[in-house]
Design a protein around this ligand. Structure first.
Ligand SMILES: Nc1ncnc2c1ncn2[C@@H]1O[C@H](COP(=O)(O)OP(=O)(O)OP(=O)(O)O)[C@@H](O)[C@H]1O
Ligand SMILES: [Mg+2]
Length: 1107
């Protein structure tokens, strides 16, 4: 079942009465009994209407778990048993849903659990409001501001081990969705006197002990501190350790919290330096030193501590030392310096320590505010949580207690005013008759303290500002005069002689009857504390430090900003801030948590009745209950009432269609509840007697059981029926599916069978058609074939017939011819001689031949020897003749062609023919030489005067003259030479001079060797033993190799009638001197035209690279 449907109530499983308004009978005793009963059963919270009373259990209870948070989340206030979470939830929801700013006012005396309650409220709100990374960070920062402020602002007192020594009001800001945006903390009057002196059994502020216990060795060394508490005058020794408190662990928590809140590491360092400096200030001691003028002067006993403080704060030691020894008073532009005596020096020291610590605390609050400040500028809803120091009565009450108690008076007043006003207004608004209830209004006490003309604070201020000697005694005197007649003011010396003999009231005291009891204040220190003076020398000295934080804490020390105006007194400052706070609270919807302290031993399970009774009295709780009950004990909106009890009446159960007010009327009438027991308001029903409510509750409980049975019955019936219907429906669905399945299967089967049959039939039909078509086609084709055959046959028959006819015709013609011949021959035989037939035949042949030749004459082809055509032969029997005639004709025309040549040309052709025989198809160079005419004499030696001498030496006819390259036998290098061939010699001469180098008879040449390539290299081999052959064979190159060798060959032939050998090979031997050298041709890159490159490799090899 969803959680929202669980209907429980504060009336369920109740221990005692959850809401005291329902107490019956209502007396102080029953009220206390109820509180005790509940306290004993660990029920520490009890309501008075919407006010939560919280009794400090002094032990951990398992009622703050996340499950509990969930339980109370979004539930109505009275729905569950009383809890602080219910109040927090109510406040948060009305802030979120009804847009009402809220304030949670937590009051009670010191140790009653206010601070704890405020933390519980904050943690609950944090748990139930929005989530998300950003929101969570805001929450974390808001929550973590608590440990920081507690470390610096809380201390162990006689009443509370973690007593708040400052007032705190925190505004938590939310956006329209109820997500926290940030917060603002206001602090009120830190009890700074504690820094320098603590009452017996109490401690200084936690941070000092935490730093000394939890700081690392390094940190303490850096801060120049010792770990032992007893090293420091400012630390009260008799209760330095508190049971169950781990200062070291708390120090880590505080440092961690500072980090989360957003303090930088260097800021933490600065703060701790100030704390250390304050602690060390207490160790500075002064000794008196008499001076000549009889005035006492003070001297610092041990300057070591001062030196260390100055090092910590970056201070000039001399400056601080002077500030502790002199006091400068400025009046009308005159500066007067007076020395301080020992007492004054101590006063100055303590004032500095207190001020430094107090300002540090204010700085911390501001710094936290800076971190937790809401970033967005959207309209905010605010929930204020006020946790102010509780009402205090000590043995020795001073200015601080006076201020604290004044603040509590103010809070009590706002409580009285708001609760009563609200209650009253509600009755009037609801149209219910209302009779005023008497209660104690503490406005009169507030008046006594804060009245601007004759209030105690005003008197104190007046005294402080008055010129002349002002002491605490003069202040008391003034009070005695002004307040003597006030009913709540008591003093031994007052004009009214009421207390003249009251020995419980010392002369230097006055007593105020506070709402929470009488408190006796010692006037000592009132003036001083109110003045809150710090010698200007000290603030100036502090401003001069190099410590950024300390410098910023004393802005008035800046000589440039010095003002002669007195700062406002502590009392007036506090009064003003309390007034602002009250104004602020009045604009918000108040929610009250009234904390009660069950015993003075701070122990669990002890309920000191007298102590609680006292608190119940001064907190005005009984009045509170009575006011709530004056008219009616219980009120509830009609809707909720009808919702809760409608099952008690058959008309309203289960549904009431009309207005809920009418519904409640019908319900109460049917239940026969006496009319005087309730009243109908405009929107709420008011029940006068709690008993009536309990009766209703009893009836409801019984009815609920019946209803439960009924519901169970109906539910079971419904469940069975639904189950049955479901099964029925399922069965139908299943059968439908099954039927469908089978039908489908059958259908598919039928379909496939049909398809098969269909395909068979179609196949059969198609085949039949095909057969018919094929037959038809065959018929057509065979008709054509037959026709074709028939036509062919016809044609052949016709051809045969025609042939036969022709043959017949021919035969007839032949026969006719033969017959005719025979007839003719028979006819003409008588005219011819015997053998005439032969003669005729010969004649006929002659005639034919004659005709043949005559026709051939006309058809003869051209005279070119290259012409290939020849007319066709006319008669078969002339075949041989015709071929012979062709041959003869060709020979004849060749002859004719040759006959045209001169002798010289003939010789040239002969030479060409010779060259062809020698080189054709043997040497590649040959083809190039075919077109070149063989000129023989290229040098025209006879005409060239250069060669006159050479010409003279040659006697015979020159066959060939040309320049060739002679290859050196030894290294293969070339040299140009004139090559001269005559009919019997060949001569080599210098190309330039024409000087004959050698003359070789052609008969001495045995053979010539050339390669198969296109190169012009040739070797001339000489007869062994001849004179020319002394040096060996010649190697030449020439482009006209073909001509040279042909001419050489022919010259030798003409001379000797012998053919020399022309060897054509790529490798041949030559004789150089005595060596036989192999000339080897290899293919290579072309270097210098067609010229081969020769390289003599060794004795046996000459390599010729040819292209
Ligand atoms: N709800 C609670 N559950 C358990 N312990 C509690 C509870 N409320 C208070 N206490 C205990 O009581 C001690 C005192 O409570 P707390 O500090 O809240 O008192 P206070 O009213 O703020 O006093 P003061 O006015 O001196 O600051 C706490 O330290 C804690 O040990
Ligand atoms: Mg507190």
């Amino acid at each position: 079942m969803p959680k929202s449907e669980v209907k429980t109530s504060l009336l369920d499983n109740m221990i005692g009465v959850g809401d005291s308004v329902l107490l019956e009978p209502l007396t102080e005793d029953t009220f206390l009994e109820n509180l005790k009963n509940r306290f004993d059963h660990s029920e520490i919270y009890t309501y008075i209407g919407s006010v939560v009373i919280s009794v400090n259990p002094y032990r951990h209870l398992p009622i703050y778990t996340p499950e509990k948070v969930e339980e109370y989340r979004n539930r109505n206030f009275y729905e569950l048993s009383p809890h602080i979470y219910a109040l927090a939830d109510e406040a948060y929801r009305s802030l979120r849903d009804q847009d009402k700013d809220q304030c949670i006012l937590i009051t009670g005396e010191s140790g009653a659990g206010k601070t704890e309650a405020s933390k519980l409220v904050m943690s609950y709100v944090a748990a139930v409001c929005g989530k998300g990374a950003e929101v969570n960070q805001v929450k974390e920062q808001l929550l973590q501001s608590n440990p920081v402020l507690e470390a610096f602002g809380n201390a162990k007192t006689m009443r509370n081990d973690n007593s708040s020594r400052f007032g705190k009001y925190m505004d938590i800001e939310f956006d329209f969705k109820g997500d926290p945006l940030g917060g603002v903390i206001s602090n009120y009057l830190l009890e700074k006197s504690r820094v320098v002196k603590q009452p017996r059994g109490e401690r200084n502020f936690h941070i000092f002990y935490q730093l000394l216990s939890g700081g690392s060795e390094d940190l303490l060394k850096q801060l120049k501190l010792e770990r032992e508490f007893n090293q420091y005058n400012y630390l009260g020794l008799d209760s330095a350790k508190v049971n169950g408190v781990d200062d070291a662990a708390n120090f880590r928590t505080v440092k961690n919290a500072m980090q989360i809140v957003g303090f930088m590491d260097d800021e933490v360092e600065l703060v701790l330096e100030v704390v250390a400096a304050v602690l060390k200030l207490g160790n500075i001691e002064f000794k008196p030193e008499s001076r000549v003028n009889g005035l006492d002067e003070s001297r610092i006993q041990d300057k070591n501590e001062l030196k260390e403080i100055c090092e910590l704060l970056g201070q000039d030691q001399a400056v601080l030392e002077r500030a502790f020894s002199f006091r400068t008073v400025e009046a009308k532009q005159e500066k007067v310096s007076t020395t301080l005596n020992v007492a004054q020096a101590y006063y100055a020291r303590d004032a500095l320590a207190k001020n430094l610590y107090n300002r540090l605390f204010t700085w911390l609050v501001n710094r936290i505010n800076e971190s937790i400040k809401a970033q967005s500028k959207v309209r905010k809803k605010v929930m204020g949580v006020l946790d102010i120091y509780g009402f205090e009565i000590f043995e020795n009450n001073s200015f601080e207690q006076f201020i604290i108690n004044y603040c509590n008076e103010k809070l009590q007043q706002i409580f009285i005013e708001l609760t009563l006003k609200e209650e009253q207004e509600e009755y009037i608004k609801e149209g219910i008759e209302w009779t005023h209830i008497e209660y104690f209004n503490n406005a009169i006490i507030c008046e006594l303290i804060e009245n601007n003309t004759n209030g105690i604070l005003a008197m104190l201020d007046e005294e402080c500002l008055r010129p002349g000697t002002v002491t605490d005694e003069t202040f008391l005197e003034k009070l005695n005069q002004v307040c003597a007649v006030h009913e709540r003011f008591e003093s031994r010396m007052s004009k009214s002689s009421r207390f003249l003999n009251d020995t419980t009231l010392p002369h230097n005291c006055f007593r105020i009857q506070h709402y929470a009891g009488k408190v006796m204040y010692h006037v000592e220190g009132f003036v001083d504390k109110n003045n809150d003076l710090l010698y200007r020398d000290l603030s100036q000295a502090m401003w001069k430090t190099n410590h950024v934080l300390v410098k910023s804490l004393f802005p008035e020390g800046n000589p440039a900003k010095m003002s002669l105006k007195r700062p406002p007194t502590a009392g007036s400052q506090f009064k003003a801030s309390v007034a602002t706070l009250m104004k602020n609270l009045q604009t918000k919807n108040p929610n009250y948590i009234r904390c009660i302290k069950p015993n003075d031993q701070k122990a669990p399970h002890i309920f000191a009745e007298a102590l609680v009774r006292h608190q119940v009295r001064y907190l005005g709780l009984m009045e509170n209950v009575r006011v709530r009950r004056a008219g009616y004990a219980f009120k509830q909106p009609y809707e909720s009432c009808l919702e809760r009890y409608k099952m008690l009446c058959s008309q309203t159960w289960p549904h009431w269609r009309q207005g809920s007010r009418d519904g409640v009327k019908v319900l109460l009438t049917e239940l026969q509840i006496p009319p005087e027991e309730f009243s109908y308001g405009r929107s709420k029903i008011f029940i006068r007697n709690p008993r009536t409510l309990f009766e209703l509750e009893d009836l409801r409980k019984r009815r609920l059981e019946d209803l439960a049975t009924l519901i169970q019955k109906i539910y079971r019936g419904w469940k069975c029926r639904t189950n049955f219907l479901l099964m029925k429906k399922s069965q139908i669905i299943i059968s439908a599916w099954t039927k469908r399945h089978f039908q489908r299967k059958k259908y598919l089967q039928l379909k496939s069978v049909t398809l098969i049959i269909q395909s068979y039939i179609r196949g059969w039909k198609a085949r039949k058609l095909l057969r018919e078509l094929k037959h038809q086609k065959r018929c057509e084709e065979s008709a054509t074939t037959i026709a074709a055959y028939w036509r062919g046959f016809q044609a052949r028959m016709e051809v045969r017939r025609l042939k036969e006819a022709a043959m017949h015709k021919h035969a007839i013609a032949v026969i006719w011819a033969y017959w005719l011949g025979y007839e003719v021959r028979r006819e003409y035989r008588k005219f011819f001689r015997a053998n005439a037939g032969k003669k005729i035949y010969e004649f006929t042949i002659q005639r034919i031949m004659q005709k043949y030749f005559l026709e051939m004459k006309k058809k003869l082809p051209s005279m070119s020897p290259t012409e290939k055509t020849w007319p066709p032969r006319p008669y078969f029997f002339l075949d041989d003749t015709h071929t012979e005639l062709k041959r003869i004709f060709h020979l004849w025309r060749c002859k004719k062609y040759r006959d045209q040549f001169t002798e010289q040309k003939k010789a040239i052709f002969e030479e060409k023919l010779e060259a062809s025989e020698l080189f054709k198809d043997k040497k590649a160079l040959y083809t190039n030489s075919v077109q070149q005419p063989f000129q023989g004499d290229y040098l025209e030696i006879s005409k060239n005067p250069k060669y006159q001498k050479l010409n003279g030496a040659v006697e015979e006819k020159i066959v060939l003259a040309d320049v060739v390259n002679k290859i050196n036998r030894a290294n293969g290098k070339v040299a140009p030479r004139i090559f001269l061939l005559t009919q019997s010699n060949f001569i080599l001469a210098d190309q330039k001079s024409g000087q004959i180098k050698s003359t070789i008879p052609v008969m001495d040449i045995t053979s010539v060797s050339v390669s198969k390539q296109t190169d012009g290299l040739f070797a001339v081999h000489l007869k062994e033993g001849s004179t020319a052959a002394a040096k060996g064979d010649f190697l030449f190159t020439s482009d006209r190799l073909i001509e040279i060798i042909t001419k050489l060959y022919r010259t030798i032939f003409f001379k000797t009638n012998q053919k020399i050998n022309v060897e054509i090979n790529n490798e041949f031997l030559v004789q150089f001197n005595q060596d036989k050298v192999c000339v080897k041709f290899i293919q290579g890159a072309q270097k210098n035209g067609n010229l081969p490159t020769c390289k003599r490799k060794n004795n046996r090899l000459l390599e010729v690279t040819v292209p």
